[in-house]
Ligand binder design. Structure first.
Ligand code: UD1
Ligand code: CA
Length: 464
C-alpha cells in the first residue's frame, strides 16, 4: 500500500437494542470485548495511527485498551456516526493519507477484506470507497442506491427508506476508506435532517459526489464477516461464527476436537500440537496448553497454564493456576486461583486447592482441601486431608516438606510445619510443628467392648 493508513474505530454508542446496562462494544465475542476485534484488524493492516472513539462507559472501554498503541477520543454526546468520525479526526489533524473507518460492533471483519477494500480504493483512484455486501434480510442496514451505470449514488438508512428502497439487498457495512483531505471537509457538510436527527456518515457519499469527487462501492461476497451486532441474537450468531473460526485454526495447527461444535475456546487461548479436547469443555482468557495434553469432557479452564503431556480428567474447574508437565488432575477437582502443580503431580477426585503449591511427583488423590499450603516434592496426601487455614478471621499457611507422608483423614491446623520426610498417622490432628523424619500421631486409644452388641439387644427386649 503506497499511502499511509490511519484507522478510526467507532465505539461510542450504547446499543439500545442490546437491552443491557453494559455498552454494546463491551459485550464479549469468544471471551473478548467485541470492539477489540476491529482494533486488532487495524493493527494487522499496519495502520500508522489508530483512534478509538469512545462515549458510553468510556472508562471501561479505555481500560480494555490498556497496553495498546491507540489514541482514544471522547465523543461526549452520541450524535451519530459522522459526529463520531469528526471527533476521531480531531486526533488525526496532521495525518495525510487514507483513513479507514471500522465499527466497534462489526467484530467478524478480517484484515483480508479490509485490504481488499484498500486495494480497490487505490485501483479506482477513489476519494471515498464504501464496503458493501448483499444480504438476504437487509432490515436495519443502510441501503446502497446505485444510479445510472451502476455507480453508487447514495446510502439510505433503513429508518429513512421508502418501500422501494427497502427492497434493495445491497447494504452498507459501515466500513469505509476515505482520502483524509476529503474526510476532514465532508464531515462538516453533513446535516442531521433525518428520522433519527443524527449526523449520518453515510451522507458523505452524496456530498462527495456533489463535490465532483469519486465515490466507489466495493462489494464483498461474505455477508457474515461484515454483520453488525445490534441485538443479543446477532451477538450469539457472531459468537458461533467466531468459535468455529477459532476451532478451525487450532485444528489446522494440530489440535484434535472430538466435537468442535461443542467445545468453547476463547480467542487468546494458545494450544500446542497433539492436544486432544473432548466435548463440553470451556477454555477461557489467556490459558495456554502445551503439546500432547488431553482435556476430557466438561472442564472449565480459565487463565491457566498447562505444561506438556498434562491430563485433565472430566468435570474440573481450573482458575488462574499452573499445571506442570505430566501432571494429572480430576475428575471433579477444583484448582482455585493461585494453585501451582509442578511436574508429574496428581490431584484426584473431589480435591480442592487454593493458593497452594505441590512439588514434583506429589499426590492428593481423594477428597482433600489444601488452602494456603506449600507442599514439597514426593509428598503423599491421604484421602480426607484438610488444611485448617482459616480461624474465622485470618488465613494461615501450612508448610509440608519433601517426602512427607500424610495419612488419611488428617487435619493440619495452620500455621503449622511438617518437616522433610515426616510421617503423619491417619486420623491425626496436627496442631504443632512436626520435626523432620518424625512420626506425628494424635488418636484417642481404641477400646473394644466384647459382646456389647448382644448385651444391648437384651436390654432392649427387657424394656418391652
Ligand atoms: C450503521 C450505518 C448503516 C450500516 C450499519 C452497518 C450510519 C448512519 N448507519 O447503522 O448504514 O448499514 O451501520 O452495521 O452510519 N457510534 C458512535 N457514535 C455515535 C453513533 C454510533 O461511536 O454517535 C458507533 C457505534 O458504537 C457503533 C457504530 O458507530 O459501533 C455504528 O453505530 P450504530 O448505531 O450501530 O449504527 P447502525 O444503525 O447499525
Ligand atoms: Ca450497528
Amino acid at each position: 500500500m503506497s499511502k499511509d493508513i490511519a484507522t478510526i474505530i467507532l465505539a461510542a454508542g450504547l446499543g439500545r437494542r442490546m437491552k443491557s446496562g453494559l455498552a454494546k462494544v463491551l459485550h464479549c465475542v469468544a471471551g473478548k470485548p467485541m470492539f477489540l476485534y476491529p482494533v486488532a484488524v487495524a493493527e494487522e493492516i499496519s495502520s500508522a495511527k489508530i483512534v478509538v472513539v469512545v462515549g458510553h462507559q468510556a472508562d471501561s472501554v479505555q481500560n480494555a485498551l490498556t497496553g495498546k498503541n491507540v489514541r482514544v477520543a471522547l465523543q461526549a454526546k452520541q450524535d451519530g456516526t459522522a459526529d463520531a468520525v469528526r471527533v476521531g479526526m480531531d486526533s488525526l489533524k496532521d495525518f495525510k493519507g487514507t483513513v479507514v473507518i471500522l465499527c466497534g460492533d462489526v467484530p467478524l471483519i478480517t484484515p483480508e477484506t479490509v485490504r481488499g477494500l484498500l486495494s480497490s480504493h487505490e485501483k479506482e483512484d477513489a476519494s471515498l470507497t464504501v464496503l458493501t455486501t448483499e444480504v438476504d434480510d437487509p432490515a436495519g442496514y443502510g441501503r446502497i442506491v446505485r444510479g445510472a451505470g451502476g455507480a453508487i449514488a447514495r446510502i439510505v438508512e433503513d429508518r429513512d427508506a421508502d418501500e422501494v428502497i427497502k427492497q434493495i439487498r445491497e447494504v452498507n457495512t459501515g466500513i469505509y476508506a476515505f482520502d483524509s483531505a476529503l474526510l476532514s471537509t465532508v464531515i462538516y457538510e453533513i446535516r442531521s435532517e433525518n428520522a433519527q436527527k443524527e449526523f449520518y456518515l453515510t451522507d458523505s457519499i452524496e456530498i462527495g459526489l456533489r463535490m465532483g469527487l469519486k465515490a466507489f462501492a466495493y462489494k464483498t461476497d461474505d455477508p457474515q464477516e461484515v454483520m453488525g451486532i445490534n441485538s443479543r441474537v446477532e451477538l450469539s450468531r457472531a459468537e458461533g461464527i467466531m468459535r468455529r473460526r477459532i476451532n478451525d485454526r487450532h485444528m489446522l495447527n494440530g489440535v484434535s476436537f472430538i466435537a468442535p461444535d461443542n467445545t468453547y475456546i476463547d480467542t487468546d487461548v494458545s494450544i500446542g500440537q497433539d492436544v486432544t479436547i473432548y466435548p463440553g469443555t470451556v477454555i477461557k482468557g489467556s490459558t495456554s496448553i502445551s503439546d500432547g495434553s488431553t482435556i476430557y469432557s466438561n472442564n472449565r479452564i480459565v487463565n491457566s497454564r498447562m505444561g506438556a503431556g498434562v491430563t485433565i480428567k472430566d468435570s474440573c474447574v481450573i482458575e488462574d493456576s499452573s499445571i506442570g508437565d505430566g501432571s494429572q488432575v480430576g475428575p471433579f477437582a477444583h484448582l482455585r486461583p493461585g494453585s501451582t502443580l509442578e511436574k508429574n503431580v496428581r490431584v484426584g477426585n473431589y480435591v480442592e486447592l487454593k493458593k497452594s503449591v505441590m512439588g514434583d511427583g506429589s499426590k492428593a488423590n481423594h477428597l482433600t482441601y489444601l488452602g494456603d499450603a506449600e507442599i514439597g516434592s514426593g509428598v503423599n496426601i491421604g484421602a480426607g486431608t484438610i488444611t485448617c487455614n482459616y480461624d474465622g478471621q485470618e488465613k494461615f499457611r501450612t508448610i509440608i516438606g519433601d517426602g512427607v507422608f500424610i495419612g488419611s483423614d488428617v487435619q493440619l491446623v495452620a500455621p503449622v510445619k511438617v518437616g522433610d520426610g515426616a510421617f503423619v498417622a491417619a486420623g491425626t490432628t496436627v496442631t504443632k510443628d512436626v520435626p523432620p523424619g518424625a512420626l506425628a500421631i494424635s488418636r484417642i486409644e481404641q477400646e473394644n467392648r466384647v459382646g456389647w452388641v448382644e448385651e444391648r439387644k437384651k436390654r432392649k427386649n427387657k424394656k418391652q
